[in-house]
Design a protein around this ligand. Structure first.
Ligand SMILES: [Zn+2]
Ligand SMILES: [Zn+2]
Length: 252
């Protein structure tokens, strides 16, 4: 049986150290890079948010004089219910519909062309909506769009999914600016004839920084696949570190 002297032990230690040290630095650097690459959400100046005591409850209303003929209120309501629900699932905030426009925090309406707020709509496609940061609660949709609330309408040329745009605009209303992450709902461009309703990790990280985490929030099965590879690398680092630790305590 080979007996290791103190020097041998030191060589083994150095060998293992370099074996561990090199991949470990690489994975920390990679993790760091990914960390920065995935945090591209943005806030308005001074991190504007709804300053209410937690848990925050916001009322929203559909302005009756600013609804459109070709969409039923029931369909609009459902699209927005789902959209609000997606944000409420990740932060401690509830959204309740009200008919009392005077006391509503968020006022939703469809508008055409120049509608008096200095940001005229441009007709079909182009800009489909705009909103104001906290705590104004203005959410304007372009009445000229071909709004889709179901799969069949979404197949029509130039159709824009109402729920997708609603999720994006609610993000602005809550205090998120545009993100540079393409799969984020806060990315400035919503695809035409497609749905983009799932909050990405970037959206969630951003909104949770403003309002904290909903303790019931559970990431879904497809939650950001890139974080899996990051997790794997972290695990590899841990594996090497464990091996080193075991080698250190083994009696040679
Ligand atoms: Zn407007
Ligand atoms: Zn936007």
């Amino acid at each position: 049986m080979v007996q290791f002297s103190g020097y041998h032990k030191m060589y083994v230690f150095l060998f293992i150290f370099f074996l561990v040290f090199l991949p470990a630095t690489r994975c920390i650097a990679t993790n760091d890079h990914k960390f920065h690459a995935t945090t591209h959400y943005a806030f308005y100046e001074n991190m504007r948010r709804w300053n209410r005591t937690s848990p925050i409850k916001l009322n929203y209303t559909f302005l009756p004089e600013h609804m459109i003929q070709n969409l039923s209120l029931a369909d609009i309501r459902l699209s927005f219910q789902r959209a609000f629900g997606r944000w409420a699932a990740v932060i401690l905030m509830t959204f309740v519909e009200t008919n009392d426009a005077n006391h509503a925090d968020i006022k939703i309406g469809f508008y055409f062309g120049d509608h008096g707020d200095g940001v005229p709509f441009d007709g079909p496609l182009g800009q489909a909506a705009h909103s104001s940061p906290p705590e104004s609660g203005i959410l304007h949709l372009d009445g000229s769009e071909l709004w889709a609330v179901d799969e069949n309408t979404l197949k029509l040329e130039g159709a824009v999914d109402l729920e997708s745009v609603a999720v994006h605009e609610i993000g602005h209303v809550l205090g998120l600016r545009h993100s540079t992450v393409k799969n984020a709902v806060m990315f400035p461009y919503t695809p035409i004839q497609k749905r983009k309703v799932n909050l990405s990790k970037d959206d969630v990280d951003g909104i949770q920084q403003l309002y904290g985490v909903n303790p019931n929030f559970k990431p879904g099965p497809n939650w950001e696949s890139s974080s899996c590879s990051m997790f794997m690398e972290t695990r590899t680092c841990l594996g090497w570190s464990m091996l080193l630790a075991i080698m250190m305590v083994l009696p040679f």
